[in-house]
Structure formats: structure tokens, C-alpha cells
Design a protein around this ligand. Structure first.
Ligand code: SF4
Length: 68
């Protein structure tokens, strides 16, 4: 039986991916979260950083973004 993780669409193909470099970007599936380095005064609202090669179970084909 093949490993399903080896044959899946990547962030680069996802409607929620916003590129900000050749192989980097942010995921906009959910609203930004308040996070960052310590101390907490340096936290900002941010979307999760992902690479174009990342993937997750929330993938949506281009044109299919939106609440589910
Ligand atoms: S595959 Fe997942 S992590 Fe990547 S952009 Fe889409 S929703 Fe975000």
C-alpha cells in the first residue's frame, strides 16, 4: 500500500497560499494568530509561514477557497 503523504498537492497549488518568494509564502486558510519571538512584546499578528513544498489536510484547489 502506498504512503498517501508521498502523493499529495502542495501549498504552491493551494488556493490559500500567498507567495512571498521563490519557494516561500504564507497560509491564509485561517485568520492570523498573535505570535513571534520572546519577549511577548515582539509578537505580531501573522499568518503561518509555509514553503511552496509544504502541505496539509486543509488543502483547497485554486478557485475553491472559502469557508467550509
Ligand atoms: S495546503 Fe494547507 S498549509 Fe498549505 S496553503 Fe493550503 S491550507 Fe495552508
Amino acid at each position: 500500500m502506498s504512503d498517501p503523504r508521498l502523493n499529495h498537492p502542495t501549498c504552491a497549488e493551494c488556493a490559500y497560499f500567498q507567495s512571498n518568494g521563490a519557494t516561500s509564502g504564507t497560509c491564509h486558510r485561517y485568520p492570523p494568530s498573535f505570535a513571534g519571538e520572546h519577549p511577548a512584546e515582539h509578537h505580531t499578528w501573522r499568518f503561518p509561514a509555509v514553503t511552496s513544498f509544504s502541505w496539509c489536510g486543509e488543502f483547497a484547489p485554486d478557485g475553491n477557497a472559502g469557508p467550509r
